[in-house]
Design a protein around this ligand. Sequence first.
Ligand code: FAD
Ligand code: MG
Ligand code: MG
Ligand code: MG
Ligand code: MG
Length: 549
Amino acid sequence: VVLADAGQEVGSGTLLAADSQDPLQKKKKKIVILGTGWGGISFLKTLDCKLFDVQIVSPRNYFVFTPLLPSVTVGTVEARSVTEPIRRIIRKKDAEFHEAECIKIDPENKQVICKDVSELDFERKPEFALDYDYLVIAVGATSNTFGTKGVDEYCHFLKDVEDAEKIREQVVDIFETASLPHLSPEVRRNLLSFVVVGGGPTGVEFSAELHDLVHEDLLCLYPHLKDNVTITLVQSGDHILNTFDKRISQFAEKKFQRDGVHVKIGCRVLEVTNKHIRFKSKDTGQLVDVPYGMIVWSTGIRTRPVITDFMKQIRQENRRVLATDEWLRVKNCEGVYALGDCASVEQRKIVEDIADLFKVADKDNDGYLTAAEFVSTMEGVRVRYPQIDLYMNHNHLKGVIGLLDEAMNAGDQGTTKLDLEHFSAAISKVDSLMKCMPATAQVAAQQGTYLAHSFNHSAQGKPAEGPLRIREQGHHRFHPFCYKHLGSFAPLGGETAAAELPGDWVSIGRSTMWLWYSVYASKQVSWRTRALVMFDWTKRFIFGRDSSR
Ligand code: FAD
Ligand code: MG
Ligand code: MG
Ligand code: MG
Ligand code: MG
């Protein structure tokens, strides 16, 4: 049953083949892309726009290279160096861009309603509707305040270029204000108290950048303020960088301790007022009020209202994020795809289908699988469950045979026949490698490329080569999306960084920072931004950071 089912599901990964293969159907299908961030742009860059009628909607007419935003907050890199105009990206593509915000998705009429975002003086801002055949939602997410009082009013977020520029301006403003004569020492100290909430990669990187700015540049320019600056990092979990390897988070904590960054671990922020931020230690229950000059809030993400509204329309109201299947198709909604931070992929576990799988595989119905039956079954469903390949790569197993060896040896003594119990035990090990995909640029970019490839190939009506590995059996079959983690970096300031690379490889230190520079230079979307970013880094090495407002 499931084998057939699985086959069918893979088959239904055929995205648009049916109608676009019709030679009479000359009219191009309309694709509307919402968002020009990591997901939207990687989709657009790979999509063959000649095959479709492509329209892009985003309230920002540029792409932001978000990993460098923390550098922008202190002027290590200029804001203009991390953005690429959309008009430049599409200048050689057959696509149209509209600078507007999507305010409503109407799946019933296959329409999106958009509204102008310009600051021009209109009595009523222009609104317009766009029809689509396929909608690709990549609107990202907003900052999550967890409903904490005062955050929206008094804290900075760090999601977009404007946020980074505002932070940069305020840091300098604070230093200049604190230098004015006749300030009481207390006021000066409070002004120079910087608080960062959130010990994830962004919060940690921002704290490190701020520390570098203060110690490498500002203290020479404002020597009189030397002993008044404090940086406090508040983290609700037990460690900072807790998604990283333990060695990295320990190193980061030690480094911050040496640098004099106060790390408050296990603390939950209760409220922010115009004077202080109040948090509670989970262990001691103690309440602490810290006066501040500036707070940067970076504790995670939340679904945008336009998506929440859309979820209500398609019976997904009880979920936290928009759910898609492994082909990135939004559940309960035909022709709509979603990727990046605004959606999450529901990956199917093999264990959920185990009984059916076993029944089909066990041809003679005696309750045991032979080696041959096991191998052919696993080969057959490999396309459907990407975790099988993931597991084999992870454990350096040679093909499905290696998996068989493991399964056979799983019990007390080796066996030559597998019963359901052994089979489940082996399979649940395979499933255990499946992880929720993180909300990162890496995931969004891979999803965009994947989806564009599958659109291109089904529109051309020809079999695909390369990363998609489509199997042809009457119709195209697409592999489900499978995320390949290429590693992650955490710059920790003072020209040191930590990196976690595939294969449990951890590297920390100055050479890792150079690796960071080269990786982030190579990941730039264009030669223009690559040149700008490298120029900014060089400029900083020679002249230090610019401290003018
Ligand atoms: P986004 O890139 O956020 O793009 C969303 C797009 O949708 C934007 O263009 C936005 O203007 C547009 N939009 C918003 N609302 C609407 C609407 N109503 N209608 C139409 N368009 C809309 N990830 C990494 O992998 N490595 C890193 O080092 C890293 N560092 C980061 C540092 C910072 C400071 C931040 C904030 C994030 C970082 N990330 C990093 C995470 C990464 O940026 C996100 O995961 C990624 O941007 C998600 O891509 P996306 O396309 O889903 O959303
Ligand atoms: Mg996007
Ligand atoms: Mg972006
Ligand atoms: Mg076109
Ligand atoms: Mg049998």
